[in-house]
Design a protein around this ligand. Structure first.
Ligand code: ADP
Length: 739
């Protein structure tokens, strides 16, 4: 059988999810739909059954002002409200002496749609109030969800008198399950039955979501077409009387249902399920009853939301407790894997699971019931490494790794978190739950194939059909994922803290070592000085008293001893200065270094010793802020080096100047001496690094290291540029502030 929707739009399996049920331009037989142009206020369309209620046929209504069909007052009030964009409410009206309700709304295509339906039995406001209070009282959010569902089903059955009321819950794939049911005794129970997603296809779900409540009061009715046919489609999705999809009608007929009422249960902005009411003969409940039913669904949804969030909070509370204990363990026990796996609680306790694995720095630790090491490593390489997610979970591992079916009884469900940025993971496993799902009919048999196209075909048979499901674990819930994410965050936090502590410790021990070294070299140099004084003193005495009595060898030997002692004295002096730089506190002043530089030149006897050296000092040398004594060492070392390493040039020239860069005053000492290879421009600042011929240029290799230390103590920087044979320039700046 080939099914067709309105205007012969054939509905196939491939397009059934797009069946245009919102534009089914038909009305259910028990009422009349009128479509009105809001600008001209004239009727555009009316359902062909309008004569039965309004006493006029469509030709008499269409193209006429609305006020000619409904009363003047109603029409005026309606357009007034529309103009002021106010909410539209139903009106009571009488046609041919019968009472009706006019339910107006503005469609998504911007027409005024009026549903006219029988008023039905009068609602006693006190009774109505009582009904609502009862609803509020009887559904308790402290009850388990199943119990709440049972309560709601029973309440609705008692209030509206449908033969069967079911609470129908959707799963993640939109398959439905009857989770609660209240029914007439003689009816067979459908509790626990599952229905495939195709039973309530996407367009229908969308409309339920928007409209909230939907009544079909006679499955066998003859729908009344809206006349005349317009080119423009009118969106009737919010109409109370909108005609029913022929597929749905056939579906209901196959179930022998005579009338139905469906109410959406919306939880956290998503369709959670439906309250599905079936009656085995025709049944009409009026607009107010339907509204109260909608209200009931809302109350139920709110309580459900509260219940699920309480559930969530309970679980999270529990996992938080375990998380805190694990964190303590991680804090005290340095071995990460042991901290999480050896003690009670271990990490698998935080989430309901049968086992888990820690993969840390390529080491695998298994806890509880798990696949073999080899299999877990495969899960990591085939699944976890390939996902971008930091938290990954599935209840059906075979979807990602087909061979996982071999160990489905240990790990069908996998939840994992990535630790740090590395490929390190914590993994939880859940075994397959071999469940038997009972479907309300074979879910796979609802289409028929003709000419290669599968046509949607509502199931005729609703006989229970059982299916054994394997390889699927109990689903991971949002609180499981939340617990895993929280643990991940805490672990990251701890690891970072541990790393920080380690670095701090290392830094502290380095500082200690440095200090020790400084004190050591200071005392060593001091201790060396005393015997050296002795050597020097006695050598001088020897030279003074016995020089002439010695032969040439003896004389040369004495000279060598003396110069070696002097050299050693210099070296010790340099080491002493170097170690002192780190020890003294800065005594900061703001002064002009020009005078200091001139003094250095004078005290080093430069002009006398090297009369042909030209030294230019910039006139406007700016002030410098720093420790005067320490900066004296800086200038002094740099100047004496410049003199030393340029002194053998023909026209040695030294320039002392400055420039401003990035708010820093950069001082430089430039010479035209021997220079050094670019490769050495950093090494020359290391202790004992010399890149010159030692017999040609005397020195200890400590001067620049001392200078660097002094500059860095001033939060400054020093660097050098040179071309071998063409001179060198040393630059530095300091950046401490005066206080
Ligand atoms: P010293 O001058 O006692 O050897 P320094 O620490 O002052 O020790 O300098 C380290 C090394 O850097 C020197 O041995 C030399 O190789 C190089 N150097 C320093 N200043 C200059 C300069 N102005 N020109 C060329 N080379 C230099």
């Amino acid at each position: 059988m080939k099914l067709s929707s309105q205007k012969n739009d054939t509905v196939t399996m491939t397009n059934c999810d797009r069946e245009p049920i919102h534009v089914i331009e038909k009305a259910q037989q028990h009422g009349v739909i009128i479509v009105v142009n809001t600008h001209t206020q004239k009727v555009l369309q009316a359902s062909e059954n309008c004569i039965t209620i309004l006493g006029k046929n469509t030709k008499e209504i269409v193209d006429q002002e609305l006020e000619k069909t409904v009363s003047n007052t109603i029409a005026k009030d309606l357009f007034d409200k529309i103009n002021k964009k106010e909410t539209l409410y139903p009106y009571h009206a009488q046609f041919s002496g019968e009472k009706y309700l006019l339910i107006p709304h503005i469609s998504e295509t911007n027409q005024l749609i009026i549903d006219i339906e029988p008023l039905g039995k009068n609602i006693d406001p006190i009774l109505f109030q009582e009904e609502l209070t009862k609803i509020l009282k009887e559904i308790k959010d402290t009850d388990p969800i199943e119990e709440m569902c049972n309560q709601a089903a029973l309440l609705i059955k008692n209030l509206y008198g449908y033969d069967r009321v079911m609470m129908y819950r959707f799963d993640e794939q939109w398959n439905g399950e009857v989770v609660a049911e209240a029914r007439e005794k003689e009816l067979e129970s459908w509790l626990g039955l599952h229905y495939p997603a195709t039973d309530i296809p996407e367009p229908a779900r969308k409309i339920f979501f928007k409209q909230g409540v939907r009544m079909i009061c006679d499955v066998n009715h003859h729908p009344a077409a809206l006349l005349p046919n317009l080119d423009e489609k009118i969106n009737l999705s919010k109409s109370e009387l909108r005609g029913v999809s022929p597929i749905h009608i056939e579906y209901l007929k196959n179930m022998n249902v005579g009338a139905s009422l469906t109410v959406a249960i919306i939880l956290n902005g998503k369709l959670w399920g439906l309250i599905a009411c079936h009656h085995y003969s025709t049944k009409f409940i009026n607009y107010h009853q339907r509204q109260s039913c909608k209200f009931l669904a809302q109350v139920f949804s709110n309580k459900l939301a509260l219940r699920t969030s309480n559930n969530f909070l309970d679980k999270i509370h529990l996992s938080e407790k375990i998380r805190k204990e694990l964190i303590l363990q991680l804090d005290y026990i340095s071995n990460f894997d042991q901290a999480l796996s050896l003690y009670k609680p271990n990490f698998t306790d935080i989430i309901e699971s049968t086992g888990g694995a820690i993969y840390n720095n390529e080491k695998l630790t298994l806890v509880g019931k798990t696949p073999t090491e080899k299999q877990v490593l495969k899960i990591i390489s085939k699944v976890l490494s390939n996902t971008e997610e930091n938290v990954f979970y599935t209840q059906q591992l075979t979807k990602y790794y087909a061979k996982a079916s071999k160990f489905a009884e240990k790990a069908s469900g996998v939840l994992s978190i990535r630790i740090g940025n590395e490929e390190n993971y914590l993994i939880w496993f859940r075994p397959e739950e071999s469940t038997t799902i009972t479907w309300g009919g074979n879910p796979k048999k609802n289409g028929s194939i003709k000419d290669g196209v599968e046509y949607l075909h509502p199931r005729k048979s609703f006989e229970k059909w059982t299916e054994k499901i394997s390889g699927i674990a109990k689903p991971w819930k949002n609180y499981d994922v939340e617990a895993a994410s929280n643990l991940k965050e805490s672990i990251t936090h701890i690891l970072v803290k541990k790393q920080k502590d380690q670095i701090k410790e290392l830094n502290e021990s380095l500082l200690d070592v440095n200090k020790e070294l400084e004190t050591f070299s200071y005392s060593v140099s001091h201790d060396l000085k005393a015997p050296l004084r002795g050597i020097e003193g006695y050598t001088r005495i020897l030279i003074q008293k016995y020089f002439d009595k010695l032969d040439e060898f003896g004389q040369n030997a004495l000279k060598t001893i003396l110069s070696s002692a002097e050299e050693m004295d210099l070296l010790i002096e340099d080491i002493l200065t170097y170690s002192k730089v780190g020890q003294n506190k800065l005594n900061i002043t703001n002064y002009n270094p020009k005078h200091q530089i001139e003094n250095i030149i004078a005290s080093q006897n430069i002009k006398l010793e090297y009369p042909n050296i030209q030294i230019d000092i910039a006139d406007n040398l700016p002030n410098i802020i720093g420790d005067k004594r320490m900066l004296l060492q800086v200038f002094s070392n740099l100047i004496s080096n410049a003199v030393k390493y340029s002194s053998k040039e023909k026209n040695p020239k030294i320039e002392i100047g400055f420039y401003i860069h990035d708010k820093n005053t950069i001082y430089y000492i430039k010479d035209n001496g021997i220079g050094f290879k670019d490769d050495f421009k950093n090494k020359i600042f290391d202790v004992f690094s010399r890149f010159v011929n030692g017999s040609e240029f005397k020195g200890s290799g400590i001067g620049l290291a001392t200078v660097k230390k002094a500059v860095e103590k001033h939060q400054g920087k020093i660097w050098a540029e040179s071309i071998l044979g063409k001179g060198a320039t040393f630059y530095f700046y300091v950046s401490v502030s005066e206080k």
